[in-house]
Design a protein around this ligand. Structure first.
Ligand code: ATP
Ligand code: MG
Length: 356
């Protein structure tokens, strides 16, 4: 069938190979580029849809196997890169220039671990090579500067022709903007709806974010002004809902989920935090303090994926307080592993939403 070894025959044998998440042909998705033949040596570039692709090795292996079937092939070399897809734009909402995907981390109830998840997922995505920003939309109680080790950072405000612009702070591979940089830490902040609206818009459009694959927005709890402003201002790639296994938290998260659905923001999935307790002196033990299985039940009921379950571990809280997120401080801990897997699952879902 293939008399000559050329780039066409290489693309033909690669055509049946699919991206396992997108369930489409790699060739049709334009993920195979730059095919070169040198004698029996075949090389090409595989352009994944996210640097955080969890199935990278499998896809490379499938490609190699397919190409090796061609007569005359002695060697296959695959160069892997990634181009994160740009989220779809909406007629009434323009995106942030340079920012490919805006994601919200939200919850109906306070204190369930949104900021912990947002910060660790942001750092975990950056660790895979993605360009990541974190927008702390908790205007009343900003925690992200502390959690990202930037409690004492000062950010630069510059006057330009376009008005004032903020330069984000940067640590652990993540750019951060937060109200925490702009207010006196000991002063309570009293905002009215329209002011809050203005601040969130400023954090989106008057920050030098540069090129970002993912801008993660850490939301305040509930379904209030911040959620509305965000979903009305920019097209969003999706929302991640954080919950704990308790019934009340789950009920609240259902409300949150409905709000995003009403605003046509895809809900990428649910993260169950504080799923079980691991005592530091008995790391093999697990206690279901808040009951179990709630996250997976809600996910099934609402027909959204369960992105992962994070245990309750003292080191996770300490990591937040000390500004060294658990994915950096103790990458082999159960929480860090869960958070890294959740980051990959989120990136995978973003690609699915953008490309299908
Ligand atoms: N898996 C976990 N293990 C241990 N401690 C955790 C875990 N998740 C969160 N925490 C701790 O619980 C507290 C609340 O978490 P966090 O600030 O992330 O919640 P939040 O949902 O962002 O809260 P808020 O609604 O106030 O913004 C923090 O002290 C955090 O360190
Ligand atoms: Mg928070």
């Amino acid at each position: 069938m293939y008399d000559v070894l050329d780039s066409r025959s290489v693309l033909e044998v690669l055509r049946p190979v699919q991206d396992p998440e997108l369930r489409k042909s790699l060739v049709e998705l334009n993920m195979i580029r730059n095919v070169k033949i040198d004698g029996g040596k075949v090389s090409f570039t595989l352009v994944l849809t996210t640097p955080a692709c969890p199935l990278r090795e499998f896809i490379v292996e499938d490609c190699e196997k397919a190409v090796k079937k061609l007569p005359g092939v002695t060697e296959v070399s695959v160069d892997v890169t990634a181009e994160t897809p740009q989220q779809k734009s909406l007629p009434d909402r323009s995106g942030v220039p340079g920012v490919k995907n805006i994601l919200a981390v939200s919850s109906g109830k306070g204190g369930v671990g949104k900021s912990t998840v947002a910060v660790n997922v942001a750092v975990a995505l950056a660790q895979t090579g993605a360009k990541v920003g974190l927008l702390d939309a908790d205007i009343y109680g900003p925690n992200d500067p502390t959690m990202l080790g930037l409690a004492d950072a000062e950010i630069v405000v510059r006057s330009t022709e376009k008005g004032e612009v903020l330069e984000p702070a940067f640590n652990h591979g993540v750019k951060l903007v937060s109200m925490g940089f702009l207010i006196d830490r000991d002063q309570p902040v009293i905002w009215r709806g329209p002011m809050l609206n203005g601040v969130i818009r400023q954090f989106l459009y008057q920050v030098e974010w540069g090129e970002l694959d993912y801008l993660i927005v850490d939301m305040p709890p509930g379904t209030g002004d911040a959620q509305l402003t965000l979903t009305q201002s920019v097209p969003m790639s999706g929302a991640v809902i954080v919950t704990t296994p308790q019934t009340v938290a789950l009920l609240d998260s259902r409300k949150g989920l409905r709000m995003f659905q009403q605003m046509n923001v895809p809900v990428l999935g649910i993260v169950e935090n504080m799923s079980y307790f691991i005592p530091p002196d008995q790391p093999d033990k697990q206690y279901d303090i808040f009951g179990s299985g709630g996250g997976s039940k809600t996910a099934a009921e609402l027909e959204v994926p369960l992105l992962g379950c994070i245990p309750l571990e003292i080191s996770t809280r300490v990591g937040g307080d000390n500004g060294v997120p658990i994915v950096v401080a103790d990458p082999d801990s159960a929480s860090a592993k869960a958070l890294k897997a959740i980051a990959l699952a989120i990136a995978g879902r973003v690609s699915v939403v953008a490309l299908t």
